[in-house]
Design a protein around this ligand. Structure first.
Ligand code: NAD
Length: 477
């Protein structure tokens, strides 16, 4: 279904995120027929460039990151909708020219794909130069603050120029197809929700593992670390969707109210329930400290923790979270591990068997449900766990394989004016209020992260975090 006509300005249109994700995503939506013919995309950044120069850049970006066009004519007609204005976020240059490009009778959206230090400057100038209208939207990238205080300051600053209903704080994890499917599975079936509580769920595991190191982002990363870069936003959002009560409607504030209640119900995490790690060197490459060029760095490239949501539904059920770089495999999954059957009629030798619902965000988005069955053959009543596998690409045919990228979907939500999959200001602040004391705590204690080998599952202590509770992490594979 095509969205309403729009003008989308991408501040930082020449940057890495715009070239890798936003522009190729917009092109895919164009090919899917979702973009109305008069829609306009305007790149805006500091570099001096004309429309033709920017179009060449966009063409190259789509060839490189978007898989190119099936029909070259499609890319040409997409590029006719693309233009560029050089603008200085910190000065007066270019704003008048940008304003003159925009139309009055359509949705107006401004994507802040620039460093967070410029968010306030852009918001201020959008108002000062009269570009922002009552229905304009701004899209704000991560990181949203460095701690509670800075996030509050940023919220206050944006609120001077825009209403909360106009601010779209992006967390691209919420745009992933599987993440939305998590809500469909929970609230669209009768099968799971009655079991979705402390009585039947033994524990939850959320893993986001990367195989890459800090790459070219060393300076930023060393200042932030895995807790700020991943847990405070992405892992917390996943936790919220797993733990929240059913919202009354799939409607922005209903969903976000329920998520906020989860964050506020999180207990403070005790220091011995947090494990931090830092990857070392191997024969192929130097370790973390060399990558960030800081030989004394105490920043974590891995963190695991045990959290508790203190409410009726989840009292006593641990949520184990872990994320890190340079791990064995690139995998993101949420696993809901159900309790043992209350009594085994098959005797002790049949072993313990848990149902596990695993929701895979990558690779191969999909879900599996481990169920216990009889091992085939004449060997008596031996039990074995087998997965009921629902890989979207298999189950849904070509449409399953064509799962839209997260950015692609979220940008269209902005145009539609749907904030459901965007973080509200109070959610972001509540998340920082939970992570800040952990960070302050280890800084005050002078904790040094535990070393771990590249290609491993993280430091030994992270394994012990579960072993001590008689549980084990699922394999990173
Ligand atoms: P980048 O450094 O590649 O691009 C920055 C862009 O901002 C460039 O287009 C530059 O011209 C523009 N810019 C800088 N100063 C300016 C000024 N004074 N006036 C106007 N334009 C100016 O950065 P990026 O990697 O594209 O990241 C952009 C934002 O997205 C950041 O907030 C980053 O944290 C966030 N983000 C990036 C990624 C990613 O994969 N790159 C992922 C998640 C979030």
């Amino acid at each position: 279904i095509p969205v309403d006509s729009f003008d989308l300005v991408i501040f930082g249109g020449t940057g890495d995120l715009a070239r890798r994700k936003i522009l190729p995503g917009l092109f895919r939506r164009f090919c899917a027929g979702q973009m109305p013919p008069e829609a306009q995309i305007v790149g805006a950044a500091r570099t001096e460039m004309d429309d033709a120069g920017f179009r060449d850049m966009v063409r190259a970006a789509i060839d490189e990151f978007g898989g190119g066009a099936e029909d070259p004519g499609q890319l040409d007609s997409f590029l006719e909708r693309v233009g560029y204005v050089a603008v200085d976020a910190k000065g007066d240059g270019g704003w008048k020219a940008l304003k003159d490009r925009l139309r009055d009778d359509c949705v107006r959206a401004f994507y802040f794909s620039v460093g967070p230090a410029l968010f306030g400057d852009l918001a201020e100038r959008l108002r000062a130069f009269g570009l922002a209208t009552e229905t304009s939207r701004i899209v704000v990238e991560k990181p949203f603050g460095h701690d509670l205080e800075s996030a509050r300051a940023l919220n206050r600053e944006l609120a001077q120029y825009f209403d909360e209903t106009q601010i779209y704080r992006i967390d691209h994890y919420l745009g992933k197809e599987t993440v939305q499917n998590l809500m469909a599975v929970r609230f669209g079936n009768v099968l799971f929700e009655p079991l979705w509580n402390a009585q039947f769920v033994d524990h939850i595991q959320i893993t986001v593992a990367e195989t890459v190191g800090v790459g070219g982002r060393g300076g930023y990363y060393d200042d932030s670390g895995a807790m700020r870069d991943m847990v405070q936003n992405h892992l917390m959002q996943l936790l919220c969707l797993i733990a929240m009560e059913p919202p009354a409607q799939f409607e922005p504030d209903s969903v976000r109210d329920e998520k906020l209640k989860v964050i506020r119900a999180l207990d403070p995490v005790e220091p011995h329930h947090i494990v931090r790690g830092q990857y070392g060197a191997d024969e192929k490459q130097p370790g973390y400290r060399a990558h960030v060029e800081n030989e004394r760095s105490r920043t974590e490239s891995f963190v695991a923790l045990k959290a508790h949501v203190s409410n009726w539904r989840w009292a006593g059920t641990p949520f184990y979270l872990r994320t890190g770089k340079m791990l064995r495999a690139r995998t993101s999954e949420i696993a809901v591990v159900f309790k043992d059957a209350p009594h085994s009629i098959f005797g002790a030798e049949a072993g313990r068997h848990n149902n596990v619902l695993a929701i895979r965000l990558q690779p191969n988005e999909g879900m599996t449900l481990d169920v216990t069955i009889k091992e085939p053959g004449p060997g008596g009543m031996r039990l074995v766990d087998v997965p009921l596998d629902m890989t979207f690409a298999d189950a849904l045919g070509p449409d399953g394989a064509n799962v839209p990228d997260a950015y692609e979907r979220l940008v269209m939500d902005v145009i539609r004016g749907n904030q459901t999959l965007f973080m509200r200001g109070d959610e972001v602040e509540a998340a920082w209020a939970w992570t800040d004391p952990m960070i302050d705590g280890w800084e005050a204690r002078g904790d040094v992260p535990k070393p771990y080998d590249p290609g491993s599952s993280g430091p030994e202590d992270a394994l012990m975090l579960l072993h001590r509770d008689g549980r084990r992490w699922r394999d990173i594979k």
